[in-house]
Ligand binder design. Structure first.
Ligand code: OGA
Ligand code: MN
Length: 220
């Protein structure tokens, strides 16, 4: 049984909202509540040991391919199948509501997957939302690692909106457990540098309400 979570949207919300509005990304060390971090870490490690996670693809459904020259990760989608996943969904829902209040983004639905990078795993520079489809609006990455240091590799490199790969990055983030990155999915290029250890995390995205014939689908 997981203890009730402290409410989100304390002083951190102001920082995240301000960062997203001004630069399009935000790094928040130690944001995930400790009990939730432990529960999710135990679950991802158990799933990985049972080889439940599958190699991740790139591209949209119709162009799905497993291309290890771009990405080397194992993933499994979160489905609310355990108390840890339900608690995580509640935590993410708190952030959805807070970000909508602060930034009027109209974030509507959330999806997330566990992601394990094996030794030597990486993810080349990319955007999370594909051109021509306004699907993913805000991305989050939640790190579940233990005792991670710069020497372990696997850093997340983030560039400012519009920056070329040859431009200086905005940040190089060490994926410490409990840290959370927020990024605007359509504009912030990022990559995962090769890791020298198993690297555990959750990648998630909020989408807006998909419109049909230009009209939002009623919620009820
Ligand atoms: C992704 C991603 C970054 C990370 O899954 O799209 O960019 O640090 N992950 O794991
Ligand atoms: Mn990404």
């Amino acid at each position: 049984m997981i203890a009730p979570l402290p409410p989100t949207g304390d002083n951190r919300l102001g920082c995240v909202a301000e960062d997203l509005a001004s630069k399009g990304w935000s790094w928040q060390p130690g944001l995930l509540p400790e009990a939730l971090l432990t529960a999710l870490r135990n679950e991802i490690q158990a799933l990985d040991a049972d080889a439940v996670l599958a190699p991740a693809g790139i591209g949209r459904d119709d162009a799905f391919q497993v291309d290890r020259s771009i990405r080397k990760t194992r993933i499994t989608w979160l489905s609310g199948a355990s108390p840890a996943q339900i608690a995580f969904a509640d935590w993410a829902e708190g952030w959805r509501e807070s970000l909508n209040r602060a930034l009027l983004l109209g974030l509507f639905e959330f999806e997330a997957c566990y992601a394990v990078y094996p030794e030597g795993g990486f993810y080349d520079r990319h955007l999370d939302s594909f051109e021509g489809a306004r699907n993913r609006i805000v991305s989050i990455v939640v790190y579940l690692n233990e005792d991670w240091g710069p020497e372990d590799g696997g850093a997340l490199v983030v560039w400012p909106e519009g920056a070329a790969a040859s431009d200086a990055p905005a940040a190089c983030i060490v994926p410490e457990g409990g840290g959370v990155v927020f990024m605007l999915s359509e504009t912030i290029p990022h990559e995962v540098q090769p890791t020298t250890r198993l690297r555990f995390g959750i990648a998630g995205w909020w989408r807006v309400n998909p419109a049909i014939d230009g009209r939002a689908i009623p919620i009820d």
